[in-house]
Ligand binder design. Sequence first.
Ligand code: G1P
Ligand code: ZN
Length: 544
Amino acid sequence: MQIDIITTTPFDDQKPGTSGLRKKVTVFQQANYLENFVQSIFNSLDDLKGKTLVLGGDGRYYNRQAIQTIIKMAAANDVAGLIIGQGGLFSTPAASNIIRKYQAFGGIVLSASHNPGGPDEDFGIKYNVSNGGPAPEKFTDALFENTKTIKEYKIAKIDDVDLDQIGEQQTGNIKINIVDSVADYAELMAQIFDFDLLKSCIGSGYISLCFDAMHAITGPYAKHILVDVLGASPDSIINAEPKEDFGGGHPDPNMAHAKELTEIMFSDQAPTFGAASDGDGDRNMVMGAGIFVTPSDSLAIIAANAKSIPAYSKGISGVARSMPTSQAVDRVAAKQNLACFETPTGWKYFGNLLDAGKITICGEESFGTGSDHVREKDGLWAVLFWLNLVARRRQPVAEIVQEHWRQYGRDIYCRHDYEAVDAKIANEIFDHLKQQLSGLAGQSFGENTVDYADIFSYTDPVDQSVSHNQGIRIGFTNGSRMVFRLSGTGTVGATLRIYLEKFEADADKHDQDAQEALAELIELAEQFCQVKQRTGRTAPDVIT
Ligand code: G1P
Ligand code: ZN
């Protein structure tokens, strides 16, 4: 096997964000751009020689080309074997499962998650470690350092691999194993949930459903599990066919982007249950007839009801949520005497807690929920959890949610995103916010008195590593909260996220519209951050 050593020069923009490196496809297509990053991954891994890696992506534009390049570079860097999903496809949770199940050294996952795809849209790449989860910050920092000094990369002169042919093949010095992208994941789901109960409820028509695959990776997974195994009708999956550009859509499962599903679920013909997943299958949106369940509520309800699902029937060890996620799950933890952790935004911060057995269930407000079954958030897992719950409780989604609120109170919640803000203005907004923090505690604004105002830092309880600068929090004595963060996944300018929440104990007031209930806090957030004033915008680009 001939190995070429190619001279290269560093790019200065290869710092991994919240979830790997995400850039426009055109950026990745620059000569040596992908190669530099992949070589930097390999350079940051001690003991890579002779190991097996998992490789696959969400099928977006450039997936196949990138995989061929990575195969050749892996061969040149002494990787002994690659397990690749058929067609180069793995949903992110499926990749995590494969790494764990086959005890691979790690994996390279190609995805820009919920960002649009296509020749002029986004591509992404990230490295997952042997527990199946995203590499910790220590690794991504080392990787970034490598990208700044890289001088050469190694690539083997071997033919392109046929990615569609299942089975083992040897090319050069590397063994390639092309596996079914869905089978192992489907098997895992069958071990967690009560498939017999689900089959009978779906078969009898007690549960009807609509799953929006958003022309992304979960199409084949949902078809196999929901239709072939559980017996749902084929037309209960919409936008089922994966496309390299997601059909021109924005594969983000929220009511703004999953419009078709939202219309169906709020129509007279709404099925019992509705859900959507994102580009790479790790996000989920849960709906019932006439109701959208916020991800923060979903996490709390999942935690509260875990015992009704076979895999968690003996109870769960604890829960965790990302800092901007509402405090709904904290209330469940307090009542059920469970450990509860608040982590920075990004799934990688749950990894140590899951590995150490400190938590079983975790989630983020950004439509991510999961458990210790893999080390990524898992869209279809959340969908199956809810289906199993509806089947067990024999109650519609809306009733389950309302009952939960009656028991625990409702954390009324929303997030406002201002996208593609000029980076300079965004920095000024944050500087201005930071200047105010020290003087805020004790001040009253209408019915809200500031309890604390700080910049969130996190000390990992397992390895004591500290992550600074994880967003600005302003908490009020009545339990309300607002959080300001800059996105770490956007590819154009800066995205400012404002998270707002307010606790409502009174069941008579649970049926409120979130925007109306939060109007005063929304106003106050503008007073603090002046995003509208400084950008000239009149409203957020996306409200979730
Ligand atoms: C966003 C979400 C975050 C999630 C990440 C990857 O990151 O807010 O919760 O973990 O996508 O799906 P952000 O763009 O806010 O940095
Ligand atoms: Zn995703």
